[in-house]
Structure formats: structure tokens, C-alpha cells
Design a protein around this ligand. Sequence first.
Ligand SMILES: *Cc1c(COP(=O)(O)O)cnc(C)c1O
Length: 508
Amino acid sequence: MAVEPLIFELSQPERRGVRFPAPDVPETPFPDELRRDRLDWPEVSEIDVIRHFTRLSQKNHAIDINIYPLGSCTMKYNPKINEAVARLPGFAELHPYQDEADAQGALELMHELQEMLGEISGFDAVGLQPAAGSQGELTGVLMIRAYHRERGDTARTKILVPDSAHGTNPATAIMAGFEVVTLPSDARGNVDLEAVRSAVGSDTAGLMITNPNTLGLWDEHIREVVDLVHEAGGLVYNDGANFNAILGIARPGDLGIDVMHFNLHKTFSTPHGGGGPGSGPVGVRADLEAYLPGPRVRAVRTEAGSGNGGATDEGVRFEWFQPEKSIGRVHSFHGNFGMHVRAYCYIRMHGAAGLRQVSEDAVLNANYLLARLRDRYEVAYDRTCMHELVLSGSRQKANGVRTLDIAKRLLDFGVHPPTTYFPLIVPESIMIEPTETESKESLDFFVDAMLQIADEAERTPEVVTGAPHRTEFKRLDEVAANRNLNLRWQPARAEQAAAQPKEALAAD
Ligand SMILES: *Cc1c(COP(=O)(O)O)cnc(C)c1O
């Protein structure tokens, strides 16, 4: 006698969550010509909906459930105060077409966020429009292209990208019409300086570098690398995904970088994963400011005491403007404003000293994991790491246990696995980023799980290769999941619904 679990399709004809009172005006049919399609909504009660979404939420891992050490993604805790502030009606109920004068508080917040991000990173100007790090990259590289074109420098067709880079870097360069030149890493995990020297030339549009890089290492020659590219007439883009390692400690603008993106959903604690939305502002040096996507916000001084309708501060008004040589829009309206509010709240909550402590703790936590794991797992590059560390599962592989198996086994501990098989230059790589928001107990729990898995790989490898044992689904066909993504719910057709088991616990 099998009891069917509750299924996905719960719709029953005429079932409802809400009943409206009878109308006190004449009913008028909705004109058919205004309808794109018949909306085949599910018919469910309130409790059906609540249970459906609560059930779904429990099938996923989340930072609110357990440690999420997904290297390079900075899956830090998202403080709940950010949510409370973003839901304030003055922010949440604004319409993007709202008159500038009625939205002065929102414009002021965006302006202040631009200024604060500029201060933290050492850039002269920041544009908030891009919706993700990768879109920030595209924005930055299109600005580099516009800069060279304006100078008539059309022979610059190549972008240099280190081999440790995230895949979005070469993809961005190609989308922007450039040719990618891959630079090797040296024995200490830096970009190979000799390779930079021989690659740069009059055809170099720029270099995209990630510093600290995806090996979790600070590039020891960053100044020389930047200078070499500049001497050849190119510009330097910094992929800011790893900014969490250096807040209040080093500023990319001071290192001579020309453009950089921030991932607000990584470094600045706005929600990450689950489909977004993200935010990837771009910081630039003064000579690139005019190319930023528009509209942007600026502060304008008004005559003191004059009635400046809607101004929040006496003598200052905020307004939209279009940068003179803007590459254009990269997002509708003004970017993901709700994320700007959350990041603003996070920065203000920490202050300068607090942000520095964020990075110091993130680096400390990563080095603690490195110290506790290094005897049992190969370390890719034997150096003090920054906010993340890269191990290799090559020792376990000798026993037939691959990094993929280690990742699957971690699921049995309720832990989200680290990033695996990236960076590509480390065989069987395991890239771990604990973030500053994990306690010592939670770090120890993760280490103990990793050490137990190392033991199992030696003594009972089948426990690891057969994992996960405790999750609802075991090993999925990951190729099919990638190639045949099906993310869109569509109403079940009547005949399909009829063919499904009934909603209640049907016993057979
Ligand atoms: C996350 C990440 C990106 C892309 O950022 P998104 O916001 O996910 O588009 C680029 N580079 C590195 C190193 C990253 O970790």
C-alpha cells in the first residue's frame, strides 16, 4: 500500500483562497481583445499555496539553513535589517516613473551609495545600473571599447585574461567584440609577469584581472601588471567579485585599476541565488566617467533658502542626468533599486571600521579552514590565502573518490558543497569560501565533515562514491539538467491533471 506524496499540481476546479463580496456595480466582461491569452491559473486554497511554497523552499539549500561555502560566490548571511529597510513604504512603493521631486530620498540614497562605493574602492565615479557582476563586466568592457574608439584607436582588438579567470571574463570580452588572449599563471598562482610582458602591445585594448584571484590569492605583481598594460596603452578591468577580501585594506583605484564592478549580492550582503535580482555597479576613473550608463544621479546645489520643491537637504537637490558619452542603458529604469537600498543599509550599519573587520574576519576564517584541512587535502598553492582557499581532491582521487563525490557527500551533512572543478587550472579543485559570517563552531562543523570524508575516502570509499544518502533526490543527471533546463511553470492541461493521482493521500 503506497501512499502517494502530495504532488506539484494541486489545482481543483472551483477551489479558492479568496472570495470577494458580490459587486455593488454592474459586472462588465473583460474585453477579449485586451487579453493575450487565457490565463489558466491554478485553483487552490490559501493553505495549499502556503504548503506548496514552504515545501519547495525546504528542497533547496539556503544560507539561512547552514554554511554555504561556495567559493567565489561570497554566500554571506543577508542581515534581516536590510529587508526591513527595503520594505519601508517610501522605498518599496515608489514608481520608477515618479517625478524626481517626489523621490528625492531615493535619489539621495543612490547618490550616497555611489559616493560610498567610490570611497571604499578608490574610484572617482560609480554607476549603479548593471544588474549583476557579469553585466558590470560587459558595461566596463564596452566603456573600454568606447574610450579607444573615441581616440581613433581602432587597432586595439585584444583583451588579456588570466587562465584562473571566471568564465564570464572571456565571455564578456567576446560579447564586446574582442579577441581573448589567455595568460598563464606562475608557480605561485599570480598572473605570469613574463607572459603579460610578451602579450601586451599596440593591439591590447585591456586586461581583465581578478584580484584577489579565484585561487584566493593576492597577485604579488599587481602594480607591475597594471603598469605594463598602461604603458602599452591598454586599460585594466578588475573583476570585483572577490572584493570581500580587501574592504578597508586595499583600494583597486589606488592600484591603478581603471574600471571595476562590485557584486552587491556578494560583498554587500544583498540576497544571492534563487534567481536574484542582483546588482553589479561599476566604478571608474575620472576619464571614463562620461561613458557610464545613464541616467545617473547627481547632486545639484541650489540657492540656500530657495524653495527647492522636494529637496531633502537644504541647499541640495538630486537629479537624473545622462553622461555625455554614455554607452547607453544596460537596464530598465535605474537598476535594481531594492538592492541599492539593502547594500546602503549594510554599509551604513558597518561603517568604515566594520567593513574592514568584515574582510579581516573573512580572511581569518579562510586561513583557519586552510590550517585545519591542509594535512588531509592537497593545497593548490601553498600560500597564505585571502578570503577563500583552493584545495585539490587529487589525493582522494587515487582511491577512486572524485571531488564530485566529496561534494555529494557533504550534502549528507546538510552543507552546501564548495565550488568544484573551478578554477580550471587546479585538478579536482575544491574552492571554499567560508565568509566572515560563520562562527568558529560552524567552521569546525564543516572541517569535521571534511575530515570524516577524508577518512571515508581511505577506508570506505563506497560511502563517498554512493553519496548523497540522506537527500530526497540522489544523483541527478546533471548534463540533462543543464541542457534541458525547464524553469517555467505552465498550467497542467486538463487531461494531464486528470491523469495525475488525486491530491489527497490516495491509497492503492
Ligand atoms: C560571481 C562572479 C562573477 C559574475 O558575477 P555575477 O554577479 O554572478 O554575474 C564574475 N567573476 C567572478 C570571479 C565571480 O565570482
